[in-house]
Design a binder for this molecule. Structure first.
Ligand code: GLN
Length: 199
C-alpha cells in the first residue's frame, strides 16, 4: 500500500550533463531523484530524465553499458504507478542531447539537426511563454542546441521559438531543445512529471 509519503522515483541518466541541477528541481517538486548508471538502476523508476551533454559520447557510452537497450525497454513497457496503482508507460524527458538521443533511438519521431542554433558562443538564455505549461514566463537556456526540423504525425508540438518547435511530446516521451535546469526553472519538470506521471 502506498503511504502518504510515497514519492515517485525519477531517474536521471548520470553519464554526463546537469545531473545535480535536475536532481535539485525534482527534490523541490517532492520527487525522489535517482542517478542512473547501470541497467539495474532502471528497476524501480517511475520516470526518467535524459540530460544534455554531448550526444555522441552519451550515446556511445549507453551502448557500451547496455543502457540503450534498457532505455528502449523501459520506455515501451507499462509499469505500475505506486501512487495511483495504474499501469502506464513511464514518463521520459530528454533535454538537448537527450532530445537528440530519443530521436536517434527511435523513441521520438522527429528529425533533428545538431548544433543548429550555433556554437557555444551563440548560446543564449530566454523567457518563454508556454500557456499550456504555465501562465508565467519560463526561463530557459539554449546551449549548442539542436533544432527540431520536423516531427511525425503522432508528435504534439507543445511550444515553438521563432516558428520552430522546441518542446514536443509523443505519448510518454517529452523532449526539449532547451535546458530548463541551468536556471533552476521548475515549471517544465512540474508540467511533465506531475501531470503525466500521476494522472
Ligand atoms: N551540442 C550537443 C550535441 O549535439 C547538445 C548540447 C546540449 O546538450 N546542451 O550533442
Amino acid at each position: 500500500m502506498p503511504t502518504k509519503n510515497t514519492k515517485l522515483r525519477i531517474g536521471i541518466l548520470a553519464i554526463h550533463g546537469d545531473v545535480a541541477e535536475h536532481a535539485a528541481i525534482l527534490r523541490k517538486l517532492k520527487f525522489e531523484p535517482v542517478e542512473v548508471r547501470t541497467a539495474q538502476d532502471f528497476e524501480n523508476l517511475d520516470g526518467l530524465i535524459l540530460p544534455g551533454g554531448e550526444s555522441t559520447t552519451i550515446g556511445k557510452l549507453m551502448e557500451i553499458y547496455g543502457l540503450k537497450n534498457e532505455l528502449i525497454r523501459f520506455a515501451t513497457t507499462p509499469r505500475k504507478n505506486p501512487i495511483t496503482g495504474n499501469y502506464q508507460l513511464p514518463t521520459i524527458f530528454g533535454t538537448c542531447a537527450g532530445l537528440i538521443l530519443l530521436a536517434k533511438f527511435g523513441l521520438l519521431d522527429a528529425k533533428i539537426e545538431r548544433n543548429a542554433y550555433g556554437r557555444q558562443l551563440d548560446s543564449f538564455e530566454t523567457q518563454l511563454k508556454i500557456p499550456t505549461v504555465s501562465s508565467k514566463e519560463i526561463s530557459v537556456a539554449f546551449i549548442r542546441a539542436p533544432k527540431i526540423l520536423s516531427v511525425g504525425k503522432s508528435v504534439e508540438v507543445l511550444a515553438k521559438f521563432e516558428g520552430v518547435p522546441i518542446f514536443v511530446r509523443e505519448k510518454n516521451i517529452f523532449a526539449a531543445s532547451f535546458h530548463p535546469e541551468t536556471l533552476g526553472e521548475t515549471k517544465i519538470h512540474e508540467f511533465i512529471f506531475t501531470r503525466k506521471i500521476t494522472a
